[in-house]
Design a protein around this ligand. Structure first.
Ligand SMILES: [Zn+2]
Ligand SMILES: [Zn+2]
Length: 281
């Protein structure tokens, strides 16, 4: 199945399911099903956003977007993650209100809905789980949480059926939301690190490798960043002991290539030369 079809299937499943859950949640008076409904509505929006941005991200470079549009994929991950976090907060607040003001739920209805929910969401997880990019990871994470959400509804419904402990419905939806919140915050940090141009590699390690090259006297203005977590760029100034820069330069590029860095800009300097660049002291 192509990724476009996979995303479309996931979008339609979530949209359809969220409507189904809103009705089911109202019918059973279950806050955990209502939470899932909200969660799925958020997922449907997220999937659409990340799909549009993922398609945009593969567009080539132009006169202004000199790296191409690869960061649109990261932007998709950011939006998706933020939707997830807002949804989790919303559920935690409404579930807390339910704990303060408990009300009865239709547990038999919950059991039927939960069984359908687990099956449908497992299928959706399966069709979207491939792909390692942040954006795809965020979508797949949503799907997995939906399965978890429904398992919780199922367990909760059985507990209510046998013990009459109604607030378990709200307690469990808070637990699921906390779990979602935790993984979403972890994802958010990864995405923000990219936007903040944090180096994906410890630059001391790179610096050491370059200094150990025969003919290299020093290295400075070493900057490493990534546009989309897959392509790593570097700029650096290398002070050469040799008059023949070409040899040293190709050795530097070789070392960086071994580290997976292929977008390299090197400025070569002679030992006696005074570096004029400023801005990163
Ligand atoms: Zn610099
Ligand atoms: Zn320099």
């Amino acid at each position: 199945m192509s990724s476009r079809v996979r995303i479309l299937v996931a979008f339609l499943l979530n949209l359809g399911f969220s409507i189904f859950e809103f009705i089911g949640g109202a019918f059973t008076n279950s806050i955990s099903i209502m939470s899932d409904a909200l969660h799925d509505a958020g997922d449907a929006i997220s999937i659409l956003v990340s799909y549009i941005l993922e398609v945009k991200s593969i567009k080539g470079k132009n006169n202004y977007y000199t790296y191409g549009y690869r960061r649109y994929s990261v932007l998709g991950a950011l939006i998706t993650t933020v939707i997830l976090i807002i949804g989790a907060f919303f559920v935690i607040i409404s579930s807390s209100i339910r704990i303060i003001n408990p009300s009865t739920v239709n547990y038999n209805g919950m059991i039927i809905l939960a069984v359908i929910g687990v099956v449908v969401n497992l299928v959706a997880t399966y069709v979207t789980h491939k792909g390692s990019k942040l954006n795809q990871k965020a979508v797949s994470l949503h799907m997995f949480e939906d399965v978890l959400g429904w398992v919780v509804v199922l367990v909760g419904a059985f507990v209510i059926k046998f013990t009459g402990f109604y607030i378990i419905d709200a307690i469990m939806s808070i637990c699921v939301s906390l779990f979602i919140l935790f993984s979403a915050l972890k994802n958010l940090k990864e995405v923000l690190d990219l936007f903040m141009e944090k180096s994906p590699i410890d630059i001391k390690v790179i610096e050491k490798d370059i200094l150990s090259i025969d003919g290299v006297k020093g290295v400075h203005h070493l900057h490493i960043w990534s546009i989309d977590e897959e392509n790593v760029s570097v700029t650096l100034h290398v002070v050469s002991k040799l008059k023949d820069f070409k040899v040293v330069k190709s050795r530097v590029k070789e070392v960086l290539k071994k580290k997976g860095i292929t977008h390299v800009t090197v400025e070569m300097e002679e030992e006696s030369e005074k570096c004029e660049s400023t801005g990163c002291e």
